[in-house]
Design a binder for this molecule. Structure first.
Ligand SMILES: [Zn+2]
Length: 64
């Protein structure tokens, strides 16, 4: 079992130039970091993300 999960913002379409990358022990923690990053770095409102967006984003959280 993996003991760390990561998300690289550049894996998201159109975000290739973003250097943001986050590693944490659990997928839930990575998710919080993604929400914070999207809000601060990209001016997004995570509460407005559709279920489809969330499902896709979660596929980008990978075990280290
Ligand atoms: Zn980013």
């Amino acid at each position: 079992m993996a003991n760390a999960y990561s998300y690289a913002c550049k894996d998201y379409p159109e975000m290739e130039a973003c250097p943001g990358r986050f590693v944490a022990e659990t997928e839930d923690e990575v998710w919080k970091l993604i929400e914070l990053h999207a809000s601060v770095a990209h001016g997004e409102d995570p509460s407005a993300w559709s279920d489809e967006d969330k499902v896709f984003l979660k596929t980008l959280i990978k075990p280290e």
